[in-house]
Design a protein around this ligand. Structure first.
Ligand code: PLP
Length: 379
């Protein structure tokens, strides 16, 4: 993998070395079950408690608002289903979901539809975002829940979470923001964002895979997610994955500390890549927001061909999101932004990370240019 230029950080990131070191004792010596009352268990619980405090502090939340999960997908499922079912018991059965949500949310929307909820999909602009006026048009007295991600995983487009949350709350609806793609790149302050629930996932910010958080604002009632154990205040049973929780907290703290430098680096990497590939005709950028995510359409070149050839040359990029990349379906995000299915199949996602150098990115850009020219028969 040493010669590979990895430009797929929106899919996942490598584990940070400092995070790994923090996790190792909990994979070896401190093996206790955090719920066991003896000293071995208490040692593990101490680590969980301090991780919960650290996560709460990083997000400007309270420790009892932090629920550890197995990642973004689980947090999203819990928020959407748990939020909607709890509201449904109060007679609210209308759910609004942006058309560009991650499949973890779209799957739940379909389940709610099958359960008789009235689910509507909020349209996005051609830059892939959603304004408050659009949300206002869809809100109703019986709206139970509004789900709009904070940053999109395919385009990096940003959403005005604070305003959207305020509009939803003013109507009596809960607001859930999937912050999985925001967390690696911007500070998350739950008070400033104003969401009732938000999700993050450690492997997107150099933490371990299979570790996530669902923040649930105090006072917000959602349904129990996993039964059979009293962990996570009785709402999400199951023995806690202590090393993962410790790693998540460490990675989140480190991300927050290094955020200004990382943001500057992402801007420089994006600019270097765009400068290098700008010799090509027929390029256009889809959406705009996070500098670390660049969704590029290469007119006339199919993304599966481009991906395959780039991979052979040692450059790793994606078409759409990681989970959708093996499928032949055009991206629902890009078609919601107004691209035709053919155009959507000409788009690739390049996402930069902290271990990339400008030199690597320029080299990847040069390979990109060569591959596109070869596919177009220009060389
Ligand atoms: N939400 C968004 C916006 C994502 O990008 C992802 C991962 O790609 C997820 C949710 C799912 O997170 P996880 O991989 O931790 O299950």
């Amino acid at each position: 993998m040493t010669n590979t230029v990895y430009l797929d950080h929106a899919a996942t990131t490598p584990l940070d070395g400092e995070v790994l070191q923090k996790m190792i004792p909990y994979l070896t010596d401190v093996y206790g079950n955090a719920d066991s009352p003896h000293a071995v268990g208490r040692k593990a619980m101490l680590a969980v408690d301090s991780a919960r405090d650290a996560v709460a502090q990083a997000l400007n939340a309270k420790p009892n608002e932090i629920y550890f999960t197995s990642g973004g997908t689980e947090s999203d499922n819990w928020a959407v289903l748990g939020g909607a079912y709890a509201q449904g018991k109060k007679g609210k059965r209308h759910v609004l979901v942006s058309a560009v949500e991650h499949h973890a949310v779209l799957y739940c929307a379909e389940r709610l539809q099958a359960d008789g909820f009235d689910v509507e999909f909020l349209p996005v602009s051609n830059t892939g975002t959603l304004d408050v006026a659009t949300l206002q048009r869809y809100l109703r007295k019986d709206t139970a829940l509004v789900c709009v991600m904070a940053a999109n995983n395919e385009t990096g487009a940003l959403f005005p979470t604070r305003e959207l949350a305020a509009a939803a709350n003013a109507c009596g609806a809960l607001f859930f923001a999937d912050c999985v793609q925001l967390a690696p790149h911007m500070e998350i302050d739950v008070k400033a964002l104003g969401a009732d629930m938000l999700s993050i996932s450690a492997h997107k910010f150099y933490g371990p895979k299979g570790a996530g958080v669902l923040y649930i604002k105090n006072g917000v009632k959602i349904e129990k997610h996993v039964g059979g154990g009293e962990q996570e205040r009785g709402l999400r049973g199951g023995t806690l994955n202590v090393p993962a929780v410790v790693g998540l907290a460490c990675a989140l703290e480190k991300t927050k500390r290094e955020l200004p430098a990382r943001q500057e680096k992402m801007r420089a990497l994006r600019a270097a890549f765009l400068r290098t590939v700008s010799v090509l005709d027929g390029l256009s950028v889809n959406g705009d927001g996070l500098p670390a995510v660049l969704n590029l359409r290469v007119a006339g070149v199919k993304n599966d061909t481009l991906l395959y050839r780039l991979d052979l040359e040692g450059v790793a990029v994606a078409a759409g999101s990681a989970c959708a990349s093996a499928s032949v379906k055009p991206s629902h995000v890009l078609t919601a932004m107004g691209l035709s299915e053919k155009q959507a199949r000409e788009c690739v996602r390049i996402s930069f990370g902290k271990e990339n150098t400008e030199e690597d990115v320029v080299r990847a850009g040069e390979i990109f240019v060569n591959v596109v020219k070869t596919v177009r028969g220009e060389k």
